[in-house]
Design a protein around this ligand. Structure first.
Ligand SMILES: Nc1ncnc2c1ncn2[C@@H]1O[C@H](COP(=O)(O)OP(=O)(O)O)[C@@H](O)[C@H]1O
Ligand SMILES: [Mg+2]
Length: 155
């Protein structure tokens, strides 16, 4: 998928928020400034969360309960070691939607079933992002299908 500007990123994010089902896990991969937090804010909006989403960089996790599903927003960037000791499984196995910035850094502590979304900046255009989805497991795969179908329908 190609996103031409922030509003297209927000549009995809809202679709993701609306398509999420209890227990879905979305891992966001991409460099600093790629748009992971921007995407998470849009996902929150799609879930019906109107509260301001703050980056959980120093807290690892923030939980928002005001939407259709609870949003567990995690940021693993500052976790240098001991990811296994963070107790994140409790969230991954919970009934909310887990959105994990830098989730790829969790390596062995990632759940077995999740959807990975990779954001890449464009060398030519500072507003453009390319997005790739890769599903691991049946639930991640079903989540991917719903997102792609809704994105196509909205395009
Ligand atoms: N298409 C786009 N999608 C997302 N962010 C974009 C886009 N174009 C420009 N930006 C800008 O890039 C920055 C992304 O920051 P952020 O979402 O905090 O990234 P990350 O969490 O990946 O470090 C924001 O300042 C945003 O306005
Ligand atoms: Mg971020």
């Amino acid at each position: 998928m190609l996103l031409h500007n922030v509003s297209e990123t927000e549009k995809l994010a809202e679709i993701i928020g609306k398509a999420a089902q209890p227990g879905d896990v979305l891992v966001l991969t991409g460099d600093l400034g790629a748009g992971k937090t921007t995407l998470t804010k849009g996902i929150a909006k799609g879930l019906g969360i109107t509260q301001m989403i703050k980056s959980p960089t120093y807290t690892i996790i923030r939980e928002y309960t005001a939407g259709r599903l609870t949003l567990y927003h995690m940021d693993i960037y500052r976790v240098e070691y001991g990811a296994a000791d963070l107790g994140l499984d409790e969230y991954f196995e919970g009934d909310g939607l887990s959105v994990v910035e830098w989730g790829n850094l969790l390596a062995d502590s990632l759940p077995e079933d999740y959807l990975e979304l990779t954001l890449e900046k464009d060398e030519q255009d500072p507003e453009r992002r390319s997005v790739t989805l890769q599903a691991f497991g049946a639930q991640g795969s079903a989540f991917e299908k719903r997102i792609l179908a809704d994105w196509t329908a909205a395009s």
